[in-house]
Design a protein around this ligand. Structure first.
Ligand SMILES: *[C@@H]1O[C@H](CO)[C@@H](O)[C@H](O)[C@H]1NC(C)=O
Length: 324
């Protein structure tokens, strides 16, 4: 009997090692994650003047590690940081307000560079990425590579909140102004307010997608839509096709509300696609640091589009990414 129990215990501990449950990190909105050289690196909004990274060898292990500060700015209200590995260095894209700015509209996009190929930095400031031709709020920077050309993606505040794309020579050198990419047109993009934000690159089978967040983040109806590059000129919005239906949204059944502002990462063995996103467990939890990071595996449909399914219920154990 004792032997049997020990055996069960070992099995339980053994199989638990590569399981995880959502949320994977508390107080971590606008998450972005990469798996690199044996570790997951999770970076998220802090709302402060510092950016931290959570590092762990398993997805489930992220819950137990501290958010190590890797970068500090002379400014405030950091939102939506992301790390991208380009030509052997990590580039930390983020938006923030200046030290003496007040109120809404003060965010601008910036980029810092790592000293080596270590995602933990140290990072050095490289450039302000706001378009000097306009004095408006620019936020949610990301980076996409299409046919070997590099582009900054972002969101811009106006009478509506839209997406933009800007040509880049490298992550810290723009080669032109920003171009309009997308504005909310469908009803599902206008709940609470007309919002397109958090544009994120997704590549599959030679196709290029941008997954974005739509509607107001403080509502339970914040959600993800998708657009695809279908032409020859990424700077021309008519060369992109926005799909008519959202691809990821609230699940009343699973008690997950306002899922959005995501990132994508691969399993350690490179065979699986995973999404990381934030969500709330209550309908009225709003758009602040209460939002938690969550992750789940996704697959692809016969039409070549991602199938994200429903956002997973909190506190339920799932199999971790393949190869952990
Ligand atoms: C955008 O693409 C459309 C369709 O190819 C074309 O008619 C239009 O001239 C392009 N606009 C610009 C500014 O290049």
């Amino acid at each position: 009997m004792f032997k049997l129990l020990t055996c069960f215990l070992l099995l339980w501990v053994g199989s638990n090692a590569d399981k995880y449950a959502n949320p994977i990190a508390l107080a971590a909105p606008d998450p972005w994650m990469q798996y690199y050289n044996g570790y997951y690196y999770l970076v998220a909004t802090t709302w402060t003047n510092e950016i931290g990274i959570r590092k762990a060898s398993t997805l489930g292990g992220l819950k137990d590690v501290e958010n190590t500060i890797v970068y500090t700015i002379d400014g405030r209200v950091i939102w939506a940081p992301e790390i991208h590995l380009i030509d052997g260095r990590w580039y930390l894209f983020y938006c923030a307000c200046g030290p003496n700015t007040e109120g809404n509209g003060c965010h601008r996009n910036h980029v810092a560079q790592s000293a080596s190929d270590d995602p933990m930095g140290p990072y050095t400031f490289m450039a302000d990425l706001d378009d000097p031709n306009t004095d408006v709020e620019e936020l949610d920077p990301s980076y996409i590579i299409i046919n070997d050309n590099q582009y900054l993606l972002g969101s811009v505040m106006g009478s509506t909140q839209d997406l933009y794309i800007r040509p880049m020579v490298n992550p810290y050198t723009p080669s032109g102004p920003k171009y309009f990419l997308s504005t909310p047109t469908y009803d599902w993009e206008k709940q609470g307010w007309t919002v397109n934000e958090g544009p994120e690159p997704l590549y599959h089978d030679g196709r290029v997608f941008v997954v974005f967040s739509a509607s107001l983040c403080s509502t339970p109806n914040y959600k993800l839509g998708i657009m695809e590059f279908v032409g020859t000129d990424p700077l021309n919005s008519t060369h992109w096709h926005k799909y008519a239906d959202p691809v990821f949204q609230r699940s009343n059944e699973n008690h997950v509300y306002g899922p959005g502002h995501n990132g994508f990462f691969k399993s350690p063995d490179g065979t699986e696609d995973w999404i990381v996103y934030h969500a709330n467990s209550e309908e009225s939890q709003g758009c602040d640091m209460g939002r938690s990071s969550r992750a789940q595996k996704f697959t692809w449909g016969e039409d070549g589009l991602p199938l994200f399914g429903l956002p997973e219920a909190a506190d339920v154990s799932y199999e971790g990414p393949s190869g952990e």
